[in-house]
Design a protein around this ligand. Structure first.
Ligand code: WTA
Length: 666
């Protein structure tokens, strides 16, 4: 739902410079000659879009029952792609590579944060996934059931996802940084039968526990979770519930490495992934099998130019996010890639860790987020300069707009002024990349995601739903169905229609503002709704406000995303304390830091990623006469700008109060 925000409302000083960006990097001839993507791809897709997608589905996937129909959009907005075909995702990601004689090819080069390593070939992966699938079945999981996965970035995360897919169970991966509360709500919303977790993982040089959050989540209310499967990673002590908890290694040791993958319909639910929306409750984005896998694999091949025999690919995303689903688990494995999986943070034990990993494994393709690039810029280019990065040949970016300075730094310092950069725009909802340059084809422009991929149709419309044309700005829409599009919000069809299909009836509205330059390249301008993007992670202002208000001390809260040089946006909260709390302020103040208490409360309710960067205690919030909080004004305060137009406020003196309070604050 659009709440007040408009494209012109947005303030981002970097954006004003964007459209004067004239630098362009045409593809290198040598690269172009060997590229997976050729310019004709656009013509082929334009000539027969559905035929093009049918070709991709047959090129990239092996079907146990071929499909005869491509798209059925008669039940719009829910699309059905390749609906009469059948296939299995794990078979496509693993078994067929072994059958084709590539069992010895390395699938996963695992690097743990403490420096431990593991190498899994496709044959190893087939054994492990089969054992895990047998173990899940032995624990009563059946085709169509839901399984929650709450794991660190270890090979078992990928194995668990594929084991679910192998038996046709729908996985719901919950990012390990989310709290017990957030995990509980996701477990109950999807009605998961089983949870796969670990004792913990390594984070910033120390073991960090995970299982306690699962134990805690399962005491918060009724669930249908019969078993918790626990991977041993850190060897921390864990509490054990007899009869419910099962060690992963025990369950797998007893299981056979032979398992027949269950063929499912193309429209069978592959996974649910929760993402923040504009209301408090996270949305369970539903993806199905055939269309999703087609687009994940096709985009992974053409956008990253993957050559399975020679490339070493590394996507730094966690499997808890959609990027980890499409570009760690499904896309790369379906394409038979060799990939690095790294458990830890970029600065443990030193700030060169990523570059050391690239040099060690001779990584050729790197896919990461602008926030990481900006952080490395801050640390200084002497750090990557100490490592041999000459193996790199393609660099990717995802999660938020990449500013031209960061783009140039990425290319010059990491890519030796030579590698193509692909700035890929997409969403949890779109399932796979939608707008991106193609390496070897597109003359890249720093800061622009450029054009829809072959087979994809996108446009920019104004408020009235009219195309703005070159040079114009407005709302990004996707005006034709695509194979990996979401098939709904789990358990909430109305919200699905309302959120994406009602702003422009019948057309998918992405929630992003965008502009065309004079050549028709798309420049993304950030969200126009109440969704924030912090370090490439989507957070809902309303969800954080609800978390704050759930604390006894808080009467009212307003949250805004303020621009931040490193994280893109940062969470800034304005809270009004309850009357009695204000009266007892001195008493509470003793030994209690109100701000610290509230920040920790948000971490407990949602997860540390949602912790506000700052919390300002105020006496009033700026509201319109109809009672709507004017976040635009709060954003002005949070970004230290003169406060904009206040004439629509019910009480125009409120902003003076807030600004004065702010100046008085230490
Ligand atoms: C933003 C992540 C500009 C956008 C794959 C979108 C981007 C939201 C880009 C989806 C990009 C993602 N340029 N903005 N290349 N990529 N975004 O669901 O606002 O976590 O709507 O999916 O991230 O975030 P999500």
């Amino acid at each position: 739902m659009l709440l007040g925000g408009t494209v012109t409302d947005q303030h981002n000083p970097a954006l004003e410079n964007l459209l004067s960006e004239t630098r362009s990097f045409p593809p290198d001839e040598e690269f172009a000659a060997q590229a997976n993507a050729q310019p004709e791809l656009y013509d082929r897709a334009a000539a027969d879009r559905l035929g093009f997608w049918a070709d991709q589905a047959n090129t990239y996937l092996t079907w146990s029952k071929p499909f005869t129909e491509v798209l059925d959009f008669s039940g719009a907005p829910t699309a059905r792609w390749f609906a009469d075909g059948q296939l299995n995702a794990a078979y496509n990601a693993v078994d067929r590579h072994v059958e084709a004689g590539n069992g010895d090819r390395v699938a996963i080069l695992f690097e743990g944060e403490p420096g431990d390593t593991r190498t899994l070939t496709y044959a190893d992966l087939k054994d492990e996934v089969s054992r895990a699938a047998n173990a899940l079945e032995a624990l009563g999981v059946q085709t169509g059931d839901r399984v929650a996965i709450y794991l660190p970035m270890i090979p078992e995360a990928v194995i668990a996802m594929l084991a679910c897919a192998r038996i046709g169970a729908t996985h719901s991966v919950v990012f390990g940084g989310f709290s017990a509360e957030a995990l509980y709500s996701r477990i109950t919303d999807a009605d998961a039968k089983l949870v796969i977790t670990s004792d913990g993982g390594y984070r910033r040089g120390k073991p960090s526990a995970l299982k306690p959050a699962v134990d805690d989540a399962l005491t918060k209310g009724e669930t249908n979770v019969a078993h918790v499967l626990v991977v041993r990673r850190t060897e921390q002590d864990v509490a054990w519930t007899q009869g419910r908890d099962v060690w992963w290694h025990d369950a797998l040791a007893d299981a056979s490495p032979e398992h027949t993958p269950v063929p499912v319909d193309a429209e069978h639910p592959l996974f649910i992934l929760y993402t923040s929306g504009t209301t408090g409750k996270p949305k369970g984005i539903l993806h199905t099998t055939g269309g999703y896998l087609t687009q994940a694999a096709y985009t992974h091949s053409v956008v990253f130019d993957l050559k399975p025999d020679t490339d070493v690919y590394w996507c730094t995303a966690d499997v808890g996010w959609v990027t980890g689903h499409s570009y760690v688990t499904y896309g790369p494995l379906i394409n038979g890639a060799t990939q690095v999986l790294y458990e830890g943070t970029p600065d443990t034990p030193h700030k060169g860790r990523w570059w050391e990993i690239i040099a060690k494994y001779k990584v050729t393709i790197l896919y990461t987020a602008p926030t990481a690039i900006r952080t490395c810029m801050k640390w200084g280019e002497q750090i990557p300069a100490e490592f041999d990065l000459s193996s790199l040949r393609v660099l990717g970016s995802v999660g938020e707009p990449i500013n031209p300075e960061a783009w140039m730094w990425y290319r010059r310092v990491i890519g030796a002024d030579r590698t193509p950069i692909v700035d890929t725009w997409w969403q949890t909802e779109t399932g796979a990349i939608m707008i991106s340059p193609l390496p070897g084809v597109t003359a890249a422009k720093p800061g622009s995601a450029q054009t829809p991929l072959p087979g994809i149709s996108a446009d920019i419309w104004n408020d009235a739903g009219e195309p703005v044309g070159n040079g114009g700005g407005g709302y990004l829409v996707l005006d034709e169905p695509w194979p990996s599009m979401l098939r709904g919000i789990w358990g909430d069809e109305e919200r699905f229609k309302d959120t994406y299909w009602s702003r422009f009836p019948g057309t998918y509205f992405a929630g992003d503002g965008a502009k065309y330059d004079d050549e028709g390249n798309i420049w993304l301008l950030g969200r126009v709704d109440d969704v924030m993007n912090v370090s490439g992670h989507r957070l809902s202002t309303t969800e954080i406000e609800s978390a704050l208000v759930s604390h006894d001390w808080v009467a009212e809260a307003a949250v805004v995303g303020a621009s931040d040089d490193t994280t893109g946006q940062a969470v800034v909260a304005f809270v009004i304390l309850r009357g009695d709390v204000v009266e007892r302020a001195d008493e509470i103040g003793e030994g209690h830091d109100v701000v610290a208490e509230l920040r920790n409360h948000v971490a407990k309710e949602i997860g540390p990623i949602a912790k506000p960067r700052s919390i300002l205690v105020v006496a009033e919030l700026p509201k319109t006469r109809s009672g709507k909080i004017m976040r635009r004004l709060l954003r002005d305060v949070a970004e230290h700008r003169p406060v904009g137009d206040v004439t629509t406020l019910a009480d125009t003196s409120v902003m003076d109060l807030i600004s004065t309070g702010l100046n008085a604050a230490p």
